[in-house]
Design a protein around this ligand. Structure first.
Ligand SMILES: C[S@@+](CC[C@H](N)C(=O)[O-])C[C@H]1O[C@@H](n2cnc3c(N)ncnc32)[C@H](O)[C@@H]1O
Length: 306
């Protein structure tokens, strides 16, 4: 089935650096007739859930909590997941605007929900951070922390504690419906989610297979990039891995930025001379002047070996 831009599905996690908005530029640049597909650094899996492949689709990321959540969502029925989510919302007295509107929470808009949810959210976060074990229940707590958290961000401190403050949204009808669609999609496509560092994951691809890589960008910042998560060492290791695929005749595409806020990635620029650079327009279809200004000097690219 040919996917048009209107039916691209958004991840159930609002991922920093997520590629949802760029899908309409990235996916048409992918090879046609992909056999097996790997979404390396899958994050929210925005790419994996929208790719057509004849063989297996696999997402790899080192963020354990995210991969655990996706595997739990794959394993359970939507009804079962919804029951647990509703139980947690009730137990922690979190807002439910889809049922009660904003008036019950003494606020007129979503902005006011932060004040209402703050204490309960912090209790939920505390309980999550001191969980006795990882299990499907806590995977859904993690999901709810993301839904009710500030800007729906994901960030863990050095101790591995989730440390995002409360946000202004809740588990409303739109969020619920997106979760259901996302769950259906990962089941339909039977996406295999693997928790691993890219250097340790077994990447066994052959001609006809395709790998998409969306690593943290060396010259920009993101929450998953804090604590020296991505340095020149990781950058060079990844470029070697991609060279290795090229030697085997496996097609790949790498998302990245060549320039960003006055910085340039010279390692990447030199390496990319051997491949094809497809320039993307980050502001495509966006009329927001502030966003345009912010990303004016960012060269967003998709580097391919085909
Ligand atoms: C730009 S985000 C990916 C966003 C994703 N493409 C999407 O659309 O949702 C980069 C991801 O790389 C992961 N990551 C960082 N270092 C990694 C490593 N060494 N091995 C595997 N994954 C890593 C982060 O956890 C993060 O999820």
């Amino acid at each position: 089935m040919l996917q048009t831009e209107t039916n691209y599905l958004k991840s159930c996690l609002n991922y920093t650096g997520g590629k949802y908005k760029l899908l309409k530029q990235i996916i048409p640049l992918f090879p046609k007739n992909i056999h097996n597909f790997i979404d390396l650094f899958c994050g929210g899996a925005n790419v994996a859930v929208n790719v057509e492949a004849r063989g297996a689709i696999c997402g790899i990321d080192k963020q354990k909590e995210v991969i655990r959540l996706f595997n739990t969502l794959k394993q359970y029925d939507f009804g079962e997941v919804l029951n647990i989510i509703n139980r947690i919302i009730t137990e922690y007295s979190l807002s439910e605007t889809s049922k009660y509107g904003y008036i019950k929470y003494k606020c007129e808009s979503s902005a006011g929900l932060a004040a209402y949810n703050k204490e309960q959210y912090l209790r939920l976060r505390r309980d999550y951070n001191s969980r006795p074990e990882d299990n499907p229940y806590y995977d859904l707590v993690f999901y709810l922390l993301n839904v009710y958290g500030f800007n729906n961000q994901i960030r863990f401190n050095k101790k591995g504690h989730y440390n995002i403050p409360v946000g202004k949204r809740d588990f409303n009808d739109k969020v619920k419906s997106n979760l259901e669609k996302f769950m259906n999609r990962i089941k339909e496509k039977n996406i295999e989610f693997i928790n691993a560092d890219f250097r340790e994951a077994k990447i066994e691809l052959a001609k006809g297979d395709f790998l998409y890589a969306d690593p943290p960008y060396l010259i920009s910042t993101a929450t998953y990039n804090e604590q020296n998560g991505w340095t020149k060492k990781e950058e060079v290791d990844l470029l070697r891995l991609l060279d290795g695929l090229d030697e085997k005749g496996v097609k790949f595409a790498l998302s990245n930025v060549l320039d960003h806020k006055g910085k340039e990635n010279t390692i990447l620029k030199n390496w990319a001379k051997n491949y094809r650079i497809n320039y993307l327009d980050y502001n495509y279809g966006n009329s927001n002047y502030q966003i345009k200004k912010k990303t004016l000097n960012t060269t967003e690219v998709l580097i391919t070996n085909y």
